[in-house]
Ligand binder design. Structure first.
Ligand code: ZN
Length: 153
């Protein structure tokens, strides 16, 4: 398990150094800004939706390694999914990162997001890991061309 943890940490640091989908999106039709005051993480999430399908997702922002890696993984994960599928993945992810550390996490449903499961041992970082998802949800439910904003409580 210690080796796995080091591997996960390596993946997180790699996403932080070279985040995927880290750019503004010219043809975005949804956009939201997320802020986590506990840590100071700020993200802007851009989506190109076609009906219920997430055609494209990207983000910009600054924050800790966890928040950036999570946004990188989130944008990868939601691309090509329907909003229902993306929300189901968020529910599974949120379930794991807020689960009791003595329980066995259900990582199978998480795919690549499983590398972030370790944050459940650090409750203060759960908001860092979920900021990208809350911002995604705010963008997805925003009216076209309006900028939604979300602040984690
Ligand atoms: Zn953070």
């Amino acid at each position: 398990m210690a080796d796995l943890r080091e591997l996960y940490q390596e993946v997180i640091l790699d996403h932080n150094r070279r985040p995927h989908n880290f750019h503004e999106m010219a043809d975005a039709n949804r956009k939201a800004e997320g802020y986590n005051p506990l840590c100071g993480d700020r993200l802007t999430v851009y989506l190109h939706l076609e009906g219920d399908l997430v055609r494209d997702a990207s983000f910009l922002g600054s924050g800790c390694a966890i928040s950036k890696a999570s946004a990188s993984l989130m944008t990868d994960a939601v691309k090509g999914k329907t909003l229902q599928e993306a929300n189901a993945l968020f529910e599974a992810f949120h379930g794991v990162v807020t689960s009791d550390v003595s329980s066995t996490p259900d990582l199978a449903a998480l795919g690549k997001l499983a590398v972030l499961a370790g944050v459940r041992e650090f409750p203060a970082r759960v908001k860092c890991a979920s900021l990208a998802w809350h911002t995604f949800k705010a963008a997805a439910s925003a009216a076209s061309a309006e900028v939604a904003a979300v602040t984690t409580e």
